[in-house]
Design a binder for this molecule. Structure first.
Ligand code: ADP
Ligand code: MG
Length: 380
């Protein structure tokens, strides 16, 4: 097996001289008058585990199918490993695709399923056996080679499908909702498994998912798709902490959004009058590209807000409201609060002690405050 081609601390997408492995340039796909994919440009680097994240119908599968060559491109170009794919049929691309329904052959053993593509390719028997053994080991199914798919659990079937799609050693593996059929716990275990295998092989993965937690866990970078377009591309932390729009902020994680008007616009800070929605000014400790009087939105995550019974110091970033509900989730509690302004927000707190009789509870009036660098200012 090959060595990983991407070290944990190297990020080729941050290097302007790095050459992308997959280049998607202004790609559009229409079905009649539906723009399934709408002018998407995207570079993906060797060894990445790139997630396409978006709601149902946002164009993720269509983009993947164009990469695989199962779908023609209406407009634009796709290059893989320096080669334009326009004239390359799917079976000649250095690409394999793993579908959501794993489509294993039910009458064949696990070994035969994995060997299938290699046999068709006409590889010598000894070499096929060697490679199947290697793949079974990789997905930790060494002792399951003789079983039929129906004798396996969902997670095991998923791993067979993965082994099969890796058998011909594609340079690029496309996975469409690979964990969609697994239940939550198994899904989480399998996510780590998938990352480990991907790192061991150094194969470039593009994974389609509608599950934002999954995208956060798996990926080197995420491309958020909305309505056929890429809404934002970034590392998971960038997408979460610095969303570029209300859509992305709301799609990835939970968020509170306050609308307001810019009243002070300086190089080192801005002040937003958010009295209508928050009942206070919002002070932001960095400059923002905006105009005075401009309407914009302040997005802040529930875990970045602090609850208190006493009013904290300061004249901004303090709202007041009534705790309507507390959801205890074990590791944390989520407070649903009705602000005096009439807006509802979520605030979460980590539960560090087992039981806190002094803790803030429902029906209490509370102040909610946050730091001047805790949220993101959005202009769209
Ligand atoms: P996703 O995978 O994000 O759920 P898809 O790529 O499957 O989205 O679909 C994007 C849009 O293109 C949807 O509106 C879908 O109905 C449409 N679409 C996809 N495939 C076809 C097709 N073969 N014919 C007509 N419309 C299609
Ligand atoms: Mg899909």
């Amino acid at each position: 097996m090959k060595k990983p081609q991407i070290a944990a601390d190297t990020r080729p997408w941050r290097d302007p001289d790095a050459v992308p492995f997959v280049r998607i340039r202004n790609v559009t796909k229409t079905f009649g008058d539906v723009y399934a994919v709408d002018d998407v440009s995207l570079d993906i680097y060797k060894g990445e585990l790139f997630c396409l994240l978006g709601g149902s119908g946002s164009g993720k599968s269509t983009l993947l199918r164009m990469l695989a060559g199962f779908e023609t491109i209406t407009k634009g170009t796709i290059e893989i490993d320096g080669q334009d794919m326009a004239q390359v049929p799917s079976y000649q691309r250095p690409v394999n695709m793993m579908f959501q329904s794993y489509a294993l052959f039910p009458h064949m053993t696990v070994e035969a399923n994995i060997a299938y593509g290699l046999k068709r390719e006409g590889l010598p028997k000894g070499e096929i056996a060697e490679r199947v053994a290697e793949l079974l080991k990789l997905v930790r199914l060494e002792s399951f080679g003789r079983r039929k798919p129906h004798q396996l659990s969902g997670g095991q079937r998923q791993r067979v499908a993965l082994a099969r799609s890796l058998a011909r050693r594609p340079k690029l593996l496309l996975l469409d909702e690979p964990l969609g059929a697994l239940d939550k716990k198994l899904r989480e275990d399998t996510q780590y498994e998938l990352v480990k295998i991907q790192e061991q092989l150094g194969v470039t993965f593009i994974v389609v998912t509608h599950d934002q937690e999954e995208a956060m866990t798996l990926s080197t970078r995420i491309g958020v798709m909305n309505d056929g377009k890429i809404a934002q591309i970034g590392e998971p932390q960038e997408i979460y902490e610095f969303p570029n729009s209300r859509f992305v902020a709301g799609f990835v994680g939970s968020v509170n959004i306050f609308e307001g008007v810019v009243t002070e616009d300086e190089d080192d800070h801005i002040r937003i009058d958010a009295s209508a929605e928050a009942g206070c000014d919002i002070y932001v400790s960095h400059g923002v590209d905006c105009a005075p009087e401009q309407i914009l939105w302040y997005a802040i995550r529930p875990e970045k807000m602090v609850l208190s019974r006493e009013r904290p110091e300061g004249d901004a970033n303090i709202v007041h409201g009534l705790v309507q509900d507390v959801a205890y989730l074990g590791d944390m509690s989520v407070f649903r609060i009705l602000l005096d302004s009439g807006k509802r927000i979520h605030v979460s707190q980590t539960n560090v002690s087992r039981y806190d009789p002094e803790g803030i509870s429902w029906d209490e009036k509370v102040y909610i405050s946050w730091e001047a660098d805790a949220g993101a200012v959005l202009t769209s």
